[in-house]
Write a protein that binds this ligand. Structure first.
Ligand SMILES: Nc1ncnc2c1ncn2[C@@H]1O[C@H](COP(=O)(O)OP(=O)(O)OP(=O)(O)O)[C@@H](O)[C@H]1O
Length: 314
């Protein structure tokens, strides 16, 4: 049922009667479907979050070049990633994997080129890209000792994203969404109210995945999700990531492609540029890996070792 206070506000914005508008309140997000011209700007000014439609679960980079202090760190001629799919971005240290994700997020403005998310132009615009993307940063870059709990991380994200003014039932609505988000990523209730520093890497990672999913984004970017997770927790985390990719475009950077190999649709190999894109068995070949990893490649029988990493070929 539409909250009357909200409805009155919308009516006053549009200059028409609220009952002519088709509005529904869904999980604290107010969708306004109307023939009347209530612009995004007006809705934002009045604190009404409008659900926007992703035209296609897709990310596209065209003629992109990223430089730091005039040093080129990443070049992408053309890359289009379409979901639902699980995409692994692989490459050695400093190859530009995180840079690629941040460029997609709009957090980094490329020196030249264009980025499209869900077919919208989002180059250098985190506000536009963030409507459709959930982002899970590397755990190593998060403030694990900051005194905050998984519950609070998710709750703050919901409140920041909804930007709606208080209305009756909102607190219960937020509480329900926090709980649903934490349950959806398999975080057990006994971890919900503990400070991050007392949790395992796997539990912390799940908290940040829950945060990234609060607006049910069609696209999810994860930067080295296994890096701070103990071996025992990695298999379960891989299953969770695979399940999230069933109806989303999930892009994961990794140093260990084997954990997700059975679920991976596409591999993107980068080393300051996109070296290869394709299905795992087409891309994880010795000749291509040598081009990317150079002397770090060592073949032993049917196995290829990359630095301290290890994968099977053939
Ligand atoms: N803000 C920045 N200012 C200057 N140089 C940067 C910045 N961010 C990244 N770089 C440089 O860009 C290059 C690519 O870095 P990036 O973090 O994208 O690599 P990566 O493939 O994610 O590496 P890793 O696997 O070690 O995390 C590196 O040489 C890095 O030093």
């Amino acid at each position: 049922m539409v909250n009357s206070a909200v409805r009155a506000r919308v009516a006053s914005i549009s200059g028409t009667s609220g009952r002519h508008l088709s509005i529904h309140v869904s999980r604290d997000i107010i969708s306004v479907h109307t023939a009347y011209n209530i612009s995004q700007t007006v809705c934002t000014r009045w604190g009404i979050a409008v659900q926007e439609t992703c035209k296609a679960k897709e990310v596209e980079l065209v003629s992109v070049e990223v430089s730091f202090n005039s040093t080129k760190v990443l070049e992408v001629n053309h890359l289009r990633l379409q979901g639902p799919a699980l995409v692994q971005v692989l490459g050695p240290n400093g190859a530009g994997k995180t840079t690629l994700l941040k460029t997609i997020l709009g957090l980094i403005s490329p020196r030249r080129g264009h980025v499209f998310v869900c077919r919208d132009s989002t180059t250098g615009r985190p506000d536009r890209a963030g409507r459709f993307i959930g982002y899970v940063p590397q755990l190593i870059t998060t403030l694990n000792h900051f005194p905050v709990t998984p519950w609070e991380i998710v709750e703050y994200e919901i409140m920041a994203r909804s930007r709606s003014t208080p209305f009756p039932g909102r607190t219960e609505s937020i509480r329900g969404r926090v709980e649903a988000s934490l349950r959806a990523v398999g975080l057990q209730p006994d971890a919900w109210f503990k400070p991050l520093r007392s949790l395992s890497g796997g539990q912390r990672q799940r908290a940040f995945i829950a945060r990234a999913l609060v607006h049910d984004p069609p696209i999810l970017l994860m930067d080295e999700p296994f890096s701070a997770v103990d071996p025992g927790g990695r298999v379960e985390l891989a299953k969770l990531i695979a399940s999230l990719a069933r109806n989303r475009l999930v892009i994961v950077t990794s140093h260990d492609p084997m954990l997700l190999i059975d679920y991976t649709d596409l591999v993107v190999l980068v080393n300051r540029r996109v070296v290869a894109v394709g299905e795992p068995h087409d891309v994880l070949r010795e000749d291509i890996l040598v081009e990317v990893y150079g002397a770090a490649i060592l073949r032993v029988g049917d196995h290829i070792h990359i630095s301290d990493e290890h994968r099977i070929v053939g």
